[in-house]
Design a protein around this ligand. Structure first.
Ligand code: ATP
Length: 247
């Protein structure tokens, strides 16, 4: 089978909304420890691809294999449990809890109703909270209420909350939207670090940022792949310039 070596293998994936194919016979393969960026014009189907992978939207046809496990028929929570983490554009942190508490409640055992009732602050949890806080540059803010963080820090906290579950595939939708230039650079470093232990799939419009992080870029247009490869190759592609980069 073609999918064996890939963390994620998407084959012939289609979703129609009332006859409109938002994703149209898509094939996409992501390697271990690869950082892939998906770009493309508004309405190209980028967010829909993430929705399909995390099970928020069900496909019309086709296959999504994560470590050779078919995801298309699984409910969202089982996809999370299989090792797929997804961050949406708007952060979903608990504003009135501290950074520490936000990370702590994201530890896998705290996620189910049963788990949260029996939750204990074990040495493993404490160690994991400190490790992840350092990774997302929030060690100094551990005792701060999340509401008081900057916009960029809130985004990092949410990435940290996903990392608490140690996903093998992390998906991020426009992670640097609204960030300052410095925060964008720090986020690029952060993503370059975290992809050493997992695969990362990012949707982004900021080309300067994409250049700093992408191993490969996939350009989507009308639910199909217009171009794919290293940033330099994609950037020089006439079709890509015409439908996206030239605007
Ligand atoms: N649940 C849905 N029902 C009907 N149409 C949908 C649904 N979800 C997405 N679409 C349509 O599918 C197309 C692709 O949308 P999608 O949000 O995936 O694009 P995108 O590439 O992420 O765009 P953007 O850069 O603006 O976020 C759009 O035309 C959108 O209106």
């Amino acid at each position: 089978m073609s999918s064996t070596d890939f963390v994620l293998a998407i084959e012939d994936l289609t979703v129609s909304f009332d006859g409109f194919k938002a994703v149209d016979a898509l094939n996409m393969y992501i390697d271990n420890n690869e950082l892939r960026v998906v770009i493309g014009p508004n309405g190209a189907g980028k967010t829909t691809v993430l929705d399909l992978i995390c099970g928020k939207t069900k496909s019309t046809s086709g296959s999504i294999k994560f470590k050779n496990k078919e995801l298309t028929k699984l409910p969202e929570h089982e996809i999370v449990r299989a090792g797929v983490g997804r961050k949406f554009q708007t952060p979903s942190i608990y504003e009135n809890l501290t950074v520490y508490q936000n990370l702590e409640v994201s530890y896998p055992v705290g996620r189910s109703v049963w788990g949260s009732l029996t939750f204990k602050r074990t040495p493993e949890v404490i160690e994991q909270v400190h490790k992840i806080a350092a990774e997302v540059l929030l060690t100094e803010q551990l005792q701060m209420e999340a509401a008081l963080l900057s916009h960029g820090q809130k985004q990092w906290l949410e990435i940290g909350m996903l990392l608490m579950q140690d996903p093998e595939l992390l998906m991020l939708d426009e992670p640097v939207a609204g960030m300052s230039a410095k925060e964008r650079d720090q986020t690029a470093d952060l993503l370059n670090r975290i992809c050493k232990n997992r695969s990362v799939l990012v949707i982004e419009h900021d080309m300067e940022f994409v250049k700093k992080i992408a191993h490969k870029v996939t350009v989507l247009h009308q639910g199909k792949i217009l171009a794919e490869g290293p940033m330099e190759k994609v950037q020089a592609d006439e079709k890509v310039i015409e439908v996206y980069l030239g605007h």
